[in-house]
Design a protein around this ligand. Structure first.
Ligand SMILES: [Zn+2]
Length: 502
């Protein structure tokens, strides 16, 4: 049996009554360096297959690799941001295995000498609790090529008629970040796994070392899960669900594996140490290959590359280049904007915080910036079914709209129309204002004409205002606003109406 039917899973609550989960998360991040890790080939995503290759990344005899300095620099910055120690001296190693997408028959990686080790990442959960995930290591390696299996129903090699290979990705710099075993999570294991990968993604984005696009594979997570009987201290056999490609899927895959393991264990069965695939559509995992051990790879130091020995000066200089990290930014913003824990959490979970900070950085006042992103723009994202940061409007454009409201060029209502225009691809805010003719009408003569017209159309109302019932002016103001398509300043219109009826 290769797949466990969903009906065979143990109820999640029961899993936690009987077992403690242990997680191990391995995240691969593709660096967005201009060139590959050991040759000068470009790394552009989506290029024609096999157009970004050379003798080195194809592993042709006689070719020699050279380390990408920018790749090492990124690895050290990631290590520092994860509170790791940085190796004074380390080497690359050959991880030997045959696979068609690996033309050299070995992957250049690091084995017992990673560039960064012994760190931690504090992960903030949805209720504000902080969970510390210990980092075992972050090491440098190269990506493999891509196989495309054609003809099968599943897109996997089984049942395919033939396979195509694209080596453009072979040799693209990767950093693999490996946690120590994560224990003590209890029922929150799936949530913690998701939050960890999310926090890592935010961190890598702040460091500007990768595109961190899970959907494009530039950030990939392998989730190791095992169970041990409640109170035990010896870990159970683990399975490794490979290449989970969204945060939500990380959470689902962990939960699924916990429930599957528990059902097998209480039935007296044994967990097979293997890799597994996660199916987005069913939420289930299925068996992949039996897991190799380190001995199977016959690691040995790479003889064609010199060791990497970053000087203390260089490491300390790189430390000064670390940006404001996501959690530091949150603390600062919370203090500056005077937010409660709950308000801060809502902004973070809505994906609005960084957008608001960028809008403020672009010159907007923080209350206005917050208001736009959490109300009108959140509604727009919601109705389009996309994340807030996927809306086709930049923080700088939102800041511009806010400035146009502040200087009286736009009312809030007009400003929403300008934002609609930007979202519709009509250009910059000023261009939308000009093209749609959305400026506030502040010219009194134009307004007076509209006021006179409205008073003439409602003579009884005009009479009431003249006899002192100023509250009746509302109807006339409303008519003028309608006639000017909302482009008048309502306060000024009211003043003009009262003036006219003196
Ligand atoms: Zn190359």
């Amino acid at each position: 049996m290769t797949t466990t039917d969903i009906a065979d899973l143990m109820d999640y609550v029961e899993v936690l009554e009987r077992f403690d989960p242990v997680l191990g998360l391995e995240v691969h991040v593709e660096l967005h360096t201009n060139t590959k890790m050991f040759c000068g080939c470009p790394t552009t995503f989506g290029a024609e297959p096999n157009t970004q290759v050379c003798p080195t990344c194809l592993g042709l005899p006689g070719s020699l690799p050279v380390v990408n300095g920018k790749g090492v620099e990124s690895a050290i910055r990631i290590g520092l941001a994860l509170n790791c120690e940085i190796a004074r001296w380390c080497r690359f190693a050959r991880k030997n295995y045959f696979y068609p997408d690996q033309p050299k028959n070995f992957q250049t990686s690091q084995y017992d000498e990673p560039i960064a080790f012994n760190g931690h990442l504090d992960v903030v959960l949805e209720d504000g609790a902080v969970f510390r995930v210990e980092i075992e290591r972050a090491h440098m390696e190269e990506d493999t090529g891509k196989s495309l299996h054609v003809g099968g129903a599943t897109g996997r090699i089984h049942g395919a008629d033939y396979s195509l290979l694209d080596y453009n990705r072979a040799g693209v710099p990767l950093i693999e970040i490996v946690t120590k075993p994560i224990t003590g999570t209890g029922a929150r294991a799936p949530e913690i796994a998701k939050a960890y990968v999310g926090a890592l993604r935010d961190l890598l984005r702040a460091l500007d070392v990768s595109d961190v696009r899970m959907d494009q594979g530039s950030l990939r997570c392998d989730a190791n899960v095992s169970l041990m009987p409640k109170g035990a201290s010896v870990f159970g056999t683990r399975t490794e669900t490979k290449n989970v490609n969204s945060l939500r899927s990380v959470e689902r895959a962990v939960s699924y594996e916990m429930r599957r393991h528990a059902a097998i264990l209480v039935d007296g069965g044994e967990i097979v140490q293997e890799t597994r695939h996660f199916d987005e559509s069913t939420g289930a995992t299925s068996a992949g290959r039996r897991k190799e051990t380190a001995e199977d790879y016959r690691y040995f130091p790479e003889p064609d590359l010199v060791p990497v020995a970053p000087s203390t000066e260089w490491v300390e200089q790189l430390r000064t280049t670390l940006p404001e990290l996501p959690w530091e930014r949150r603390k600062r913003v919370q203090a500056e904007w005077n937010l409660s824990d709950l308000e801060l959490r809502d902004l973070v979970s809505a994906g609005a915080l960084d957008l608001i900070v960028s809008t403020v950085d672009a010159g907007a006042e923080s209350d206005a910036a917050r208001s736009w992103w959490v109300s009108y723009l959140a509604q727009q994202a919601n109705s389009r079914g996309v994340e807030l940061d996927a809306l086709p409007i930049t923080p700088a454009q939102v800041a511009k709209v806010i400035a146009l409201v502040a200087d009286g060029t736009l009312t809030n209502k007009l400003a929403r129309q300008v934002v609609d225009g930007v979202l519709a691809g009509e250009g910059e805010p000023e261009e939308v204002v000009a093209a749609r003719g959305l400026k506030v009408v502040s010219d009194d003569s134009a307004l007076l004409a509209a006021v006179d017209e409205a008073l003439a159309a409602q003579p009884d109302v005009a009479e009431k205002i003249r006899s002192g019932k100023v509250q009746a002016a509302g109807a006339v103001v409303g008519a003028v606003m309608k006639a000017t398509k909302g482009q008048a300043d309502a306060k000024r219109v009211r003043e003009l109406v009262l003036e006219r009826c003196k």
